[in-house]
Design a protein around this ligand. Structure first.
Ligand code: ADP
Ligand code: MG
Length: 621
């Protein structure tokens, strides 16, 4: 599959070469596809005008499949062959799967599989069915082939889950332009990438999950500085709280739910959900259900809803507080709060978020669609359709990449927050005389010890000609493509022997591991900021010294002796503090030099003007 071309900034692509890029939100319960048409991002509907596709695939007798609403409708009758929430299984081993799912999982090396009447299905295959359905929808809608897709993934997805998502897209015949983080897509949908910098929170309350992400925007690049949430908290819990309240209101013990028939329970749940959704636009709603012959009724108003669900909303805010703490940020530093997920339509949720941050959250886009819309904008831009001088959106590597060296230490080759795509290399050598092979161990993490980092892959470089220890030159190159997927190669420079590996990480890093690794990387963030400030101050100092020196080389005759001595002294002072590692001192000395040379700069400018004017009469100027 050919890659899409990206036009140079400022150059609009040839209109005949207009590329169709789509954005896909591959969600746990719902999926959507969107595209930019006539300059506006919009979700693409199916033939019945519905934009939301339930992320459910049912394998039928005789080889057929149902995807979406039809499949959802038979979930109760055919649970073993109706696969919902498959996103929770992507890139996961059996031990990592915590969700209770009504179908049968099979333990497989790497990733679980699902036993269905159509045989064993990998989560990648099931996801591919959903993606292909959306691809056909887009093709019908444009009446043309689709050139590429941007697919969103949760910010906390590790390499294994991202690789599985990419595999699913390829299986569905999609050319993946890029995987982007869901919160990043939501921020793009709100145009936050058009600001030059800022800190943003993305609050995503869906059907079964809650995610909070803190993003930092610097020069058009979003970086995820913290993620958090609860993988078992969502709109379904609000439904359950309403159902429990309805039972209690009618004098039925909550425990009695267990004795209800499956269809009565499903009906109770459906009614509760409907009531909840109605209360997003009305002040009160009447509930009337007959469960196994027993009639229940009640009038539910917003105040009561707020009371019975307050504990749930509070749990989301606790997670927000934790994420802010991880990022070492105060809530007043957040410049915008983006609301994502159907459950953020609830006024009680919006109010709680507003009160917490002390600012109006962004809610004017449809919270179901916002992630897909942002993905569509990103796909459109990557396809080279957006002229003007917009910055290309870049993602960054969340955790550093490196290899193991002697002593169980990690040598970092690609630092965290490096924008991608990127390629970086470093030379290594052998440890023993006559060593002909090298074991390479690829790691990800922020810590210095191998034991504290995550092992991604191992491979060997063989056939190195025997040499004295330290004589071989082995260049290890890391290439990270636009989706954050990694290839590592090692090449002995004298003999040219080479080995490489595409890092398909051992699937199945547990959520706690990811949280822990991120946590550890956040705790080094403060040091990173200091290091960056120092490097920037040093670069500025060097630039100032160089500029002053070259001005002196050209025009020192303009200066009186004492002026010259003063400038020399300021330069000497800056050269002296530069290596000391104190960013503030370097900045101060740079400023002094800049001030101290202002008069000199003015003299040089006058001289330049006089030279330019020399020999010209008034008429030619
Ligand atoms: P997910 O991201 O988990 O796939 P969604 O973002 O689509 O889920 O959110 C689905 C949830 O949003 C469901 O619990 C649904 O009841 C809830 N929801 C949808 N519309 C409304 C509404 N108008 N008011 C309250 N909740 C709603
Ligand atoms: Mg969602």
């Amino acid at each position: 599959m050919a890659l899409l071309q990206i036009s140079e900034p400022g150059q609009a692509p040839d209109p005949h070469q207009r590329r169709i890029g789509i954005g896909i939100d591959l969600g746990t319960t719902h999926s959507l596809v969107a595209a930019v048409r006539h300059g506006v991002a919009e979700c693409l509907p199916d033939e019945q005008g519905r934009v939301i596709l339930p992320s459910v695939v049912r394998y039928l007798e005789g080889g057929g499949r149902q995807i979406g609403l039809d499949a959802l409708a038979s979930q109760v009758d055919d649970p073993l062959n109706t696969i919902a929430s498959v996103k929770r299984l992507m890139g996961r081993g059996l031990a990592d799967v915590k969700a209770q799912l009504p179908y049968e999982l099979i333990d497989k090396p790497g990733m679980v599989a699902i036993r269905t009447r159509a045989g064993e299905k990998s989560p990648v295959e099931v996801s591919a069915e959903i993606l292909a359905t959306l691809r056909y929808r887009a093709e019908d809608s444009f009446n043309a082939d689709i050139d590429g897709a941007v697919i969103t993934v949760p910010a906390y997805f590790d390499e294994a889950q991202r690789q599985a998502t990419k595999d699913a897209a390829q299986l569905a015949g999609l050319n993946v332009l890029r995987l982007i983080n869901e919160p990043t897509a939501a921020a793009i949908a709100y145009g936050l990438d058009h600001q030059s910098e800022g800190l943003f929170a993305v609050y995503d309350l869906g059907g079964g999950t809650f995610d909070i992400s803190i993003l930092r925007l610097t020069r058009g690049v979003f970086e995820v500085v913290a993620t958090g949430g609860d993988s078992a908290l969502g709109g379904d819990d609000y439904d359950r709280a309403i159902a429990d309240w309805l039972l209690a209101h009618n004098g039925v013990a909550a425990a009695a739910v267990a004795s209800l028939s499956a269809s009565a329970r499903a009906q109770l749940h459906r009614q509760a959900r409907q009531a909840k959704e109605t209360l997003s636009t009305q002040d009160s709603v009447a509930l009337d259900v007959v469960l196994d012959g027993r009639p229940l009724s009640a009038k539910l108003d917003r105040t009561t809803l707020a009371q019975v669900t307050a504990a749930l909303t509070d749990r989301t805010l606790s997670a927000v507080r934790r994420a802010l703490r991880d990022a070492q940020l105060g809530k007043d530093e957040i410049q915008g709060v983006v609301m994502v997920g159907g459950s953020t339509r609830m006024p009680v949720v919006q109010e709680a978020v507003r009160a917490f941050f002390g600012r109006e959250p962004l809610t004017n886009l449809n919270p179901d669609e916002v992630v897909a819309l942002g993905a569509a904008l990103s796909a459109h831009q990557l396809g080279g359709n957006r002229g003007g001088d917009d910055l290309l959106l870049l993602d960054v590597i969340p955790l550093s990449l490196g290899i193991e060296t002697m002593g169980g230490l990690v040598e970092r080759i690609v630092p965290r927050n490096q924008t991608i795509p990127t390629a970086m290399a470093q030379d290594f050598t052998t440890y023993k005389d006559g060593q002909t092979a090298l074991a390479l161990h690829v790691l990800q993490g922020e810590r210095d010890l191998v034991a504290d980092c995550r092992s991604l892959a191992r491979f060997e470089l063989r056939g190195i000609p025997p040499m004295a220890a330290g004589a071989a030159r082995i260049r290890v190159s890391f290439t990270v493509d636009a989706d954050g997927l990694l290839t590592v190669s090692a090449r002995e420079q004298l003999s040219g022997v080479e080995a490489q590996i595409d890092v398909k990480p051992s699937y199945g890093l547990a959520d706690e591991d990811i949280a822990r690794m991120l946590q550890e990387s956040f705790s080094t963030a403060q040091q990173d900021i200091q290091a960056r400030a120092l490097a920037e101050a040093q670069v500025d100092a060097d630039r100032m010294l160089l500029a002053t020196q070259s001005a002196l080389d050209l025009d020192s005759e303009l200066l009186a002796q004492d002026e010259r001595l003063r400038i020399d002294a300021l330069m000497a002072a800056l050269r002296q503090v530069r290596p000391a590692g104190d960013a503030a001192a370097i900045e101060a000395a740079t400023q002094s030099l800049a001030h101290g040379t202002e008069a000199f700069a003015a003299m040089r400018m006058n001289k330049g003007i006089q030279q330019a004017l020399a020999g010209k009469n008034i008429a030619t100027i």
